[in-house]
Design a protein around this ligand. Sequence first.
Ligand code: FNR
Length: 361
Amino acid sequence: MDERAAVMPVNVLEYEAAARAVVPQGLFEFIAGGAEDEVSLRENRAAFGRWRLVPRVMRGVVEPSTATTVLGQPVRLPVLVSPMGLHRLAHPEAECATAAAAKEAGTIFCLSCAASCAIEEVAARAGAWWFQIYLMDDRGLTLELVRRAEAAGAAAISLTVDVPVRGRREADERNRFALPPGTTMPNLLSRVGEADAGNYFALAKWDAAITWADLAWLTASTQLPVVVKGVLAPEDARMAVEHGAMAIQVSNHGGRQLDSAVGALDALPAVVEAVGGDAEVVLDGGVRRGTDVLKALALGARAVLIGRPVLYGLAAAGEEGVARVFDLLRQELVTDMILCGLADVREVPRSLVVPASDHFG
Ligand code: FNR
């Protein structure tokens, strides 16, 4: 084992090395990788580097509050878990462990329909949780999943709209990545039957013909608020609002779909402006630091979501590893808020951030 991995990571970024040390290479690259040249994957991180903070001093902030609400749901940290399939690939306790760690952290867990645990099993371990779906060509099955999530207590339905086809992830092709035998997606069994359940690629046949009319159908079909995940264009954010979305998740799917798509943080300001307060705006993609959280909030996000760091923490140390990822982010956020003179995470002013280029000429 890599010697460094034996040392407790001191920040969220270091969990990547800790996970790499314990999972097979092909699986690590499946999680870590992006599409084609991975431009969008890198842009997600680079976008945070394009902003600088202008802290305020002498404000007597001792114990800043990191609590807010997302879609009316109280959270103790404005960092949620972004939906990802098959947590069991990272750890045998899978989504049950991640959901429990998110509950402990006082935040929302978004469960993917491609999860390795049944909806009801995760619901029993989770605090507040959302359920993420793709639109399937079988609308009956789509609705069946929504009804199960409603019955199990989901607080929102998240519709992922940036996967009409799967992005070209070349590392997976190079590695001939296949799911380990016995891998299942229990929530999708009625679609594929037990025999195919381990075949991620056979399962990923979502309806490519998805349009805004389908969002209107979904929002009319459920009482739960609908989050639209995977929006980058301000015009699409507007369309989402007009078709009933209560929240917009700005995201390029962690650089796993359209390569060269704009970095999530770069897309955020225009989306926030277009939405104009008619829906909440959240963001995922490349959030790894407390200062990243503050930058996104200053640019108008209500909260952010993290993806890969959750799986890295889970792979490295199960539920405890995920809990530590959230602890690290909380500690950083608290320190950063004190250093910025910010008492309340709900009141991060736009003036906290300036473009790096302006600041340095
Ligand atoms: C994902 N993502 C994802 N999104 C989604 O809507 N449904 C899903 O089932 C999955 N599955 C999935 C698996 C894996 C292994 C990864 C890494 C990602 C995308 C995810 O929600 C998020 O958009 C990205 O991971 C971006 O955030 P990070 O990883 O940069 O924090």
